[in-house]
Design a protein around this ligand. Structure first.
Ligand SMILES: [Zn+2]
Length: 72
């Protein structure tokens, strides 16, 4: 990505980068949007895949719509 965010948000950004889903559960292409938000006490990501048009919410904790990505 480009320039790092404000230091105050570095921890959140790190958590976001770690937890944000990167791959579309429908076609496995890279998701184009991972907007983070809270629903109750659960963190969720709203994702959009331009490759297949899939949109959906993915919760990185608890029940999740996507499996763990394999290590690089
Ligand atoms: Zn897709």
């Amino acid at each position: 990505m480009s320039s790092p965010p404000d230091r105050r948000f570095a921890a959140d950004a790190e958590a976001h980068r770690r937890d944000a889903p990167r791959f579309c559960p429908a076609c496995a292409a890279a998701v184009d949007l991972a907007s983070e938000f809270w629903e109750g006490d659960q963190r969720r990501f709203y994702c959009w895949c331009s490759a297949c048009g899939w949109t959906g919410e993915i919760a990185p904790t608890g029940e999740t719509a996507i499996g763990h990505e394999p290590p690089h």
